[in-house]
Write a protein that binds this ligand. Structure first.
Ligand SMILES: [Ca+2]
Ligand SMILES: [Ca+2]
Length: 228
């Protein structure tokens, strides 16, 4: 190999190392940014009437009730950012109603993803004190009809599914902590900022009620400026 070729190779090698060094160095923008994690744990009182379901035989769909909780995320460089859900620990629901079997409960994220928490949960094996079939569980949660009461908690880590027979009232409220019908983990990776909406639809006429409170407990990640 000639002396000139050796020199060229040496120069190319130097350029290569320099390029690697540039790649490895953080950019100025990245150096000023860090990812932070925040926890939201909030209950909001509601007083939303759930429209009664249609009469037997009707083919007209009835409107659902909805209650939306707004969630904010700190701005980044003066602009809104959505944040990213990293874990959705639990959703608390307090509802007063005279028949849980009428009701379907969904939580909808700001990104538009819907998760079924509980649908038409009434245990037809329940009987009243006189031994008559009495599947009509009364509402979700106990105590005051607001955040001071004890909501039913839904979370993926709880031991008992809401679908387990016997969980679902005997002219008494559904009470306790349950895994929902669909996993809350499907919200992970979606936006935190915006409206989290509980939708409740009543599909049978005769029994009515209200949404009393909704609580959310989740963690999310967002961008923040590094302090100098
Ligand atoms: Ca009832
Ligand atoms: Ca009804």
């Amino acid at each position: 190999m000639t002396k000139m070729r050796w020199k060229r190779l040496a120069v190319l090698a130097c350029v290569g190392f320099a390029s690697l060094a540039v790649l490895a160095m953080p950019t100025a923008a990245a150096a000023k940014t860090k990812k932070k994690t925040a926890t939201l744990n909030r209950c909001v009182n509601a007083a939303v009437t759930i429209p009664d379901g249609p009469p037997e035989g009707s083919t007209v769909p009835n409107p659902a009730a909805s209650f939306a909780v707004p969630v904010g995320v700190p701005k980044f460089k003066g602009r809104p950012q959505n944040g990213t859900i990293t874990a959705l620990d639990s959703v608390g629901v307090r509802i007063s109603h005279t028949d849980d079997g009428d009701l379907a409960l969904f939580l909808v994220s700001p990104g538009g993803r819907a998760v079924a928490l509980s649908t038409y949960r009434d245990d037809s094996t329940n009987t009243d004190a006189g031994g008559k079939p009495s599947p009509s569980g009364d509402g979700y949660g106990t105590g005051p009809l607001n955040c001071s009461g004890t909501p039913v908690q839904f979370g993926d880590s709880f031991a008992t599914s809401i679908t387990t027979p016997g969980n679902t009232g005997l002219d008494a409220p559904i009470a306790g902590s349950f895994t929902p019908e669909q996993p809350l983990s499907s919200f992970v990776g979606g936006p935190a900022r915006g409206f989290w909406t509980l939708i409740v639809q009543d599909v049978q006429g005769g029994d009515v009620g209200q949404i009393n409170a909704l609580s959310l407990n989740f963690t999310y990640r967002y961008k923040a400026k590094k302090r100098r």
